[in-house]
Design a protein around this ligand. Structure first.
Ligand code: CO
Length: 134
Protein backbone atom coordinates (compact mmCIF):
# COMPACT_ATOMS: atom_id res chain seq x y z
CA UNK A 1 0.00 0.00 0.00
CA UNK A 2 2.67 2.48 1.05
CA UNK A 3 4.56 4.13 -1.79
CA UNK A 4 7.51 6.50 -1.90
CA UNK A 5 8.17 9.35 0.50
CA UNK A 6 6.68 12.39 -1.24
CA UNK A 7 7.89 15.00 1.25
CA UNK A 8 8.83 15.85 4.81
CA UNK A 9 7.08 19.01 6.03
CA UNK A 10 8.77 21.50 8.36
CA UNK A 11 6.67 24.18 10.06
CA UNK A 12 8.52 27.49 10.24
CA UNK A 13 7.75 30.88 11.81
CA UNK A 14 9.32 32.84 8.93
CA UNK A 15 9.04 31.35 5.44
CA UNK A 16 11.37 33.90 3.83
CA UNK A 17 14.13 33.14 6.32
CA UNK A 18 13.63 29.38 6.02
CA UNK A 19 13.65 29.56 2.22
CA UNK A 20 16.90 31.52 2.34
CA UNK A 21 18.49 28.83 4.54
CA UNK A 22 17.63 26.08 2.06
CA UNK A 23 18.42 28.17 -1.06
CA UNK A 24 21.53 30.05 0.07
CA UNK A 25 23.08 28.03 2.91
CA UNK A 26 22.22 24.56 1.63
CA UNK A 27 22.28 25.44 -2.08
CA UNK A 28 18.94 23.76 -2.84
CA UNK A 29 16.44 24.51 -5.62
CA UNK A 30 13.33 26.03 -4.04
CA UNK A 31 9.90 26.74 -5.51
CA UNK A 32 7.96 29.99 -5.45
CA UNK A 33 5.71 30.64 -2.44
CA UNK A 34 2.27 29.11 -2.79
CA UNK A 35 -0.61 30.33 -0.60
CA UNK A 36 -3.12 27.60 0.29
CA UNK A 37 -5.86 29.47 2.19
CA UNK A 38 -8.09 26.39 2.41
CA UNK A 39 -5.28 24.60 4.31
CA UNK A 40 -4.25 27.66 6.34
CA UNK A 41 -0.63 27.60 5.16
CA UNK A 42 1.79 29.16 2.71
CA UNK A 43 4.25 26.60 1.32
CA UNK A 44 7.62 26.49 -0.42
CA UNK A 45 8.90 23.20 -1.82
CA UNK A 46 12.59 22.32 -1.72
CA UNK A 47 13.75 19.82 -4.34
CA UNK A 48 16.03 17.22 -2.80
CA UNK A 49 16.21 15.02 -5.89
CA UNK A 50 14.73 11.83 -4.46
CA UNK A 51 12.06 13.67 -2.44
CA UNK A 52 11.01 17.13 -1.25
CA UNK A 53 10.99 19.26 1.85
CA UNK A 54 7.78 21.27 2.33
CA UNK A 55 8.32 24.47 4.33
CA UNK A 56 5.04 25.57 5.97
CA UNK A 57 4.20 29.00 7.36
CA UNK A 58 0.83 29.76 9.00
CA UNK A 59 -1.70 31.62 6.84
CA UNK A 60 -4.77 33.21 8.39
CA UNK A 61 -6.28 33.16 11.87
CA UNK A 62 -7.17 29.48 12.10
CA UNK A 63 -4.02 27.91 10.71
CA UNK A 64 -3.71 24.22 11.67
CA UNK A 65 0.03 24.73 12.30
CA UNK A 66 -0.34 27.73 14.66
CA UNK A 67 -0.52 25.58 17.81
CA UNK A 68 2.48 23.53 16.65
CA UNK A 69 4.54 26.71 16.29
CA UNK A 70 3.44 27.93 19.71
CA UNK A 71 4.90 24.69 21.12
CA UNK A 72 7.91 24.81 18.78
CA UNK A 73 8.66 28.52 18.24
CA UNK A 74 11.81 27.90 16.20
CA UNK A 75 9.93 25.48 13.92
CA UNK A 76 10.17 21.71 13.59
CA UNK A 77 9.29 18.60 11.62
CA UNK A 78 5.49 18.66 11.26
CA UNK A 79 4.55 15.65 9.12
CA UNK A 80 5.75 13.09 6.59
CA UNK A 81 3.87 12.41 3.36
CA UNK A 82 3.73 9.02 1.65
CA UNK A 83 2.25 8.29 -1.76
CA UNK A 84 -0.47 5.67 -2.17
CA UNK A 85 -1.97 4.25 -5.36
CA UNK A 86 -5.57 4.49 -4.17
CA UNK A 87 -6.30 6.88 -1.32
CA UNK A 88 -9.81 5.60 -0.64
CA UNK A 89 -8.63 1.98 -0.48
CA UNK A 90 -5.78 3.09 1.82
CA UNK A 91 -8.20 4.98 4.08
CA UNK A 92 -10.54 1.99 4.36
CA UNK A 93 -7.70 -0.43 5.09
CA UNK A 94 -6.32 1.88 7.81
CA UNK A 95 -9.75 2.42 9.35
CA UNK A 96 -10.27 -1.37 9.43
CA UNK A 97 -6.92 -1.66 11.22
CA UNK A 98 -8.09 0.84 13.86
CA UNK A 99 -6.02 3.84 12.70
CA UNK A 100 -7.68 7.23 13.04
CA UNK A 101 -8.09 9.37 9.94
CA UNK A 102 -8.32 13.09 10.78
CA UNK A 103 -11.34 15.16 9.79
CA UNK A 104 -14.35 13.41 8.29
CA UNK A 105 -12.24 10.98 6.26
CA UNK A 106 -12.94 12.68 2.96
CA UNK A 107 -9.71 13.42 1.03
CA UNK A 108 -9.01 17.08 0.32
CA UNK A 109 -6.97 18.53 -2.51
CA UNK A 110 -3.41 19.17 -1.29
CA UNK A 111 -0.54 21.36 -2.40
CA UNK A 112 0.16 19.25 -5.49
CA UNK A 113 -3.45 19.28 -6.71
CA UNK A 114 -3.94 15.67 -5.59
CA UNK A 115 -6.21 14.21 -2.88
CA UNK A 116 -4.64 13.97 0.60
CA UNK A 117 -5.59 12.63 4.04
CA UNK A 118 -3.95 12.98 7.43
CA UNK A 119 -3.59 10.19 10.01
CA UNK A 120 -3.52 10.65 13.78
CA UNK A 121 0.04 10.91 15.16
CA UNK A 122 -0.83 8.73 18.18
CA UNK A 123 -1.33 5.79 15.82
CA UNK A 124 2.03 6.32 14.07
CA UNK A 125 4.67 6.64 16.76
CA UNK A 126 4.06 10.33 17.37
CA UNK A 127 4.33 11.33 13.72
CA UNK A 128 1.57 13.08 11.79
CA UNK A 129 1.27 11.15 8.51
CA UNK A 130 -0.12 12.56 5.26
CA UNK A 131 -1.16 10.24 2.46
CA UNK A 132 -1.24 11.58 -1.09
CA UNK A 133 -2.86 9.88 -4.06
CA UNK A 134 -0.13 9.03 -6.57
CO1 CO B 1 2.37 17.89 3.27
Amino acid sequence: MLGRLNHVAIAVPDLEAATAVYRDTLGAAVSDRQALPEHGVTVVFVDTGNSKIELLEPLGEASPIAAFLTKNPAGGVHHVCYEVDDILAARDRLADAGARVLGDGTPRIGAHGKPVLFLHPKDFMGTLVELEQK
